[in-house]
Design a protein around this ligand. Structure first.
Ligand SMILES: *[C@@H]1O[C@H](CO)[C@@H](O)[C@H](O)[C@H]1NC(C)=O
Ligand SMILES: *[C@@H]1O[C@H](CO)[C@@H](O)[C@H](O)[C@H]1NC(C)=O
Ligand SMILES: *[C@@H]1O[C@H](CO)[C@@H](O)[C@H](O)[C@H]1NC(C)=O
Ligand SMILES: *[C@@H]1O[C@H](CO)[C@@H](O)[C@H](O)[C@H]1NC(C)=O
Ligand SMILES: *[C@@H]1O[C@H](CO)[C@@H](O)[C@H](O)[C@H]1NC(C)=O
Length: 318
């Protein structure tokens, strides 16, 4: 009886390679005995080698060993098309025999095409794309990184579609391509969501004459808002005498170095970006002014104190 035993050497039955830069080679080996008269290796039904004669025109296919006990060929620079059955065909005493091995080519996941960072206006629709290759076909998922762990899965698809995007949906999105061959391939895309200014903080300020007074106005906006200050209808120029306008990120401050009577009054802070503008009214007031109920409580207290002292005075006298 002839021994026909054929197998794949090199990296075993599993071959890894990086797309476009094939690195793996493999050897298909057939163990035979001296009664074998003819040997051949076939790829599917195509003869690669018959004895020492090369039938394949593929330069990657080379013969390694052809002895009475072993017949092996090597295939270099493996690609995915090489996957499939390879057959060792032998002839002994006029009886043909075959033995077959199946080559499986595995490819680590790799993201080939991914959307670039994008800036959109709030309310618009966004589609991100992440195309990956690999064998087996990788699973592609999108996750929003700017949200809490475990809540971030937003899409289990190559496409991530967000319609009517909101400002809290801005941030980094991660595409991950996963198969069980190697570590997932991961790439990130940043979505910037523009929205018009919204004034979140604008406080009235009370200050006495001769002191330093500061009005400040805080606006969230993307892109960051530009600020302007008005007193009644007059725009305050940045270099105005005795005061300074300073913008730092989301906050604009109007500083009076030495408050005088004429500085008291209503100011308007206007925050503008390319999507729109908004404004808030702030009052710089002096001691004793009644502004939005701020000072009415202290006035009431003062009255109480006054009536208290009057009463005490009266009580002591009589
Ligand atoms: C095996 O056959 C397939 C299909 O014809 C072909 O694409 C591939 O290149 C062949 N591989 C080798 C090593 O001959
Ligand atoms: C990526 O995919 C987009 C959309 O299918 C296509 O227009 C673009 O040419 C692709 N880019 C690359 C580098 O393959
Ligand atoms: C503030 O202004 C008043 C009146 O113009 C002036 O008398 C005073 O010296 C100023 N104070 C400071 C600290 O500049
Ligand atoms: C300033 O604003 C307050 C409240 O908005 C208003 O009651 C007051 O009349 C205004 N003062 C001036 C001088 O415009
Ligand atoms: C402030 O906003 C109101 C209404 O949104 C607008 O009528 C007004 O002209 C604005 N004021 C300034 C100084 O931009």
């Amino acid at each position: 009886l002839s021994i026909i035993d054929c197998f794949i050497l090199a990296l075993g039955y599993v071959l890894l390679f990086t797309p476009h830069t094939p690195v793996a080679s493999f050897i298909i080996q057939c163990t035979i005995d001296d009664r074998v008269t003819r040997v051949a290796w076939l790829n599917r039904s195509t003869i690669l080698y018959a004895g020492n004669d090369k039938w394949s025109i593929d330069p990657r296919v080379i013969i390694l060993v052809n002895t009475p006990t072993q017949y092996s060929i090597m295939i270099q620079n493996v690609d995915v098309y090489d996957e499939g059955p390879y057959t060792c065909s032998v002839q002994t005493d006029n009886h043909p025999k075959t033995s077959r091995v199946h080559l499986i080519v595995q490819v680590p996941p790799q993201i080939m095409n991914i959307s670039s960072d994008i800036t959109v206006n709030e309310g618009s629709s966004v589609t991100l794309l992440c195309l990956a290759i690999g064998r087996p076909e990788p699973t592609v998922t999108w996750r929003h990184l700017s949200v809490k762990e475990g809540q971030g899965f937003v899409s289990e698809d190559e496409y991530l579609e967000i319609s009517d995007i909101k400002r809290d949906q801005s941030g980094e999105y991660e595409c991950s391509a996963l198969n069980d061959v190697a570590a997932p391939d991961v790439r990130k895309v940043k979505i910037t969501v523009n929205y018009p200014p919204y004034i979140s903080k604008a406080k009235n300020t009370g200050v006495s004459v001769g002191q330093k007074g500061i009005l400040s106005c805080e606006a969230s906006a993307v892109p960051t808002a530009e600020f302007q200050w008005f007193k009644e209808d007059t725009r305050l120029a940045p270099g105005l005498d005795g005061m300074r306008i300073e913008n730092k990120g989301h906050i604009s401050t109007l500083t009076f170095f030495n408050v005088s009577e004429k500085d008291y009054g209503n100011y308007t802070c206007v925050a503008t970006n390319k999507l729109g503008n908004t404004n808030a009214s702030l009052t710089l007031y002096g001691p004793g002014a009644v502004i939005d109920g701020v000072n009415s409580a202290s006035r009431a207290l003062a009255c109480l104190w006054l009536s208290g002292t009057l009463f005490a005075h009266f009580f002591i006298k009589f």
